[in-house]
Design a protein around this ligand. Structure first.
Ligand code: GDP
Length: 198
């Protein structure tokens, strides 16, 4: 499940413009500042992997990165910008919802949740929407190195309980990660490999 090569392929404005080669893909999604770039850098084992979504003018695009010539990591725009206008929020949801509902090669969504702060309403809204639309979801808790105290698992359990209302048949899988310590990196890669081989 190791990442041997990761390369930027393209930015797309709509689901219809995304690569059409049929390779499986995972979308990475979360609030801005959740630690998405750091996690992708960690997966790629690079310090500064240029995340296209952070470049001015590219923030509203669907960005495809090809891993090992065989599957994609898709970087979606962050949600929950504190200063976003209502119209840009509406744009965000229309645009990303179009992607989720129309992308046949989407294997699953990695929903990044910042474990170092209380759960946010936008995270619940997002999990809820994905759950209702039967889109495969994995909770990826970020910044787990910042959880204070002896029982990080208790904290994550608490998050899981809060999100449990969105579980349908069985709880979505969840993985604890830290881009500082590397916690969860290999587990996440293994998890994606298993999902691809279903
Ligand atoms: P993005 O906006 O979601 O791409 O978030 P970034 O990757 O840019 O990270 C936002 C901030 O959180 C930065 O200051 C990072 O250094 C910090 N950060 C990201 N991941 C971690 C982590 O695992 N542990 C800690 N302690 N800080 C992190």
């Amino acid at each position: 499940a190791e990442v041997k090569k990761i390369e930027f392929v393209k930015s797309s404005a709509r689901a219809g413009d995304c690569p059409k080669d049929g390779r499986p893909e995972f979308a990475i999604l979360g609030r801005s500042n959740v630690g998405k770039s750091s996690l992708i850098n960690k997966l790629a084992r690079k310090r500064e992997f240029a995340l296209t979504s952070k470049k001015p003018g590219k923030t509203r695009l669907i960005n495809h990165f090809l891993v090992n010539n065989s599957w994609y990591i898709v970087d979606l725009p962050g949600y929950g910008f504190a200063n976003a206008s209502q119209s840009s929020r509406t744009d965000w949801s229309r645009f990303t919802k179009g992607y989720f509902l129309n992308r046949e090669t989407l294997v699953g969504v990695l929903l990044l949740i910042d474990a170092s702060i209380p759960p946010q309403q936008v995270d619940f809204d997002c999990a809820n929407w994905l759950g209702r639309n039967n889109i495969g979801l994995t909770f990826v808790f970020t910044k787990c190195d910042k959880i204070k105290g002896k029982q990080p698992n208790d904290k994550i359990k608490h998050f899981q309980d809060l999100f449990s209302e969105y579980y349908r048949k069985s709880p979505p899988p969840w993985i604890m990660t830290s881009s500082v310590t590397g916690l969860g990196r290999d587990e996440l890669l293994c998890h994606m490999s298993q999902l691809r081989n279903y």
